[in-house]
Design a protein around this ligand. Structure first.
Ligand code: 5GP
Length: 206
């Protein structure tokens, strides 16, 4: 059976992010956002507006990484496709950027969780590599000061194929069923997209 689609509008996303940001500001208070491209770019930018409001205009960098799980890339082997997360972009000096900071990883959707798992574990590895350039006596304190949390606009309620380390702060704008989410930035006609979104909501009785 085909997976049902659910169309999400820019306004839906804006409002979901607006609702959850005070909690993230109060509990995690990020120093940096690491947006996973391309779906995490727009949510990260929107969240920065609300985070700055919550934190008296704390300056908040948005760094970008590019990961691909579903999109076939030139050179991706058949085995990698659908199984592996492929890096398309990374931070130039990741460990330096992240060390000692409160890092919020941002993506649009947590489906199988493979992408988030990959992003978090690879960024943590970069931090460990960076720590090697510090005296051993300073490493534990620096490691302790380096925090990671996750924000996704949508989390699909389904069995996940990868786990995040226990205790990782995790925030979702909304929990959804195992539907295929159509995001507005993927639409050619935004008017048609918004019309579909309205129909989806009507059909769901929302
Ligand atoms: P995961 O690694 O959690 O399985 O998938 C994460 C990535 O898969 C997302 O960043 C997104 O690019 C893509 N993806 C997964 N589910 C959906 C969906 O329902 N709609 C869209 N547009 N992309 C999805």
């Amino acid at each position: 059976m085909a997976v049902p689609h659910w169309h999400v509008t820019y306004n839906d996303i804006h409002n979901l992010i607006r609702k959850v940001t005070p909690k993230i500001a109060a509990e995690f208070n990020p120093d940096i956002m690491i947006a996973i491209g391309g779906g995490g770019f727009f949510p990260a930018r929107v969240m920065r507006t609300f985070l700055r409001e919550e934190t008296a205009n704390k300056s908040l960098q948005i760094q970008a990484i590019g990961l691909s799980l579903y999109e076939p890339l030139p050179g991706t082997t058949a085995e990698q496709l659908g199984n592996e997360v492929v890096r398309t972009q990374w931070l130039s000096s990741s460990g330096k950027t992240l060390l000692g900071k409160r890092n919020l990883i941002v993506d649009e959707v947590d489906d199988t969780r493979k992408t988030l798992h990959y992003a978090l574990s690879e960024l943590q590895k970069d931090v460990e590599t960076e720590l090697l350039s510090y005296p051993e006596s300073e490493r534990d304190a620096l490691r302790e000061a380096t925090k990671f949390a996750i924000f996704v606009v949508h989390n699909k309620n389904k069995p996940k194929h990868a786990e995040l380390p226990a205790g990782t702060p995790y925030y979702a704008g909304e929990e959804v069923k195992d539907v295929w989410l159509d995001y507005p930035w993927e639409a050619i006609s935004i008017e048609e997209h918004d019309g579909e979104a309205l129909l989806d909501k009507r059909n769901a009785g929302a």
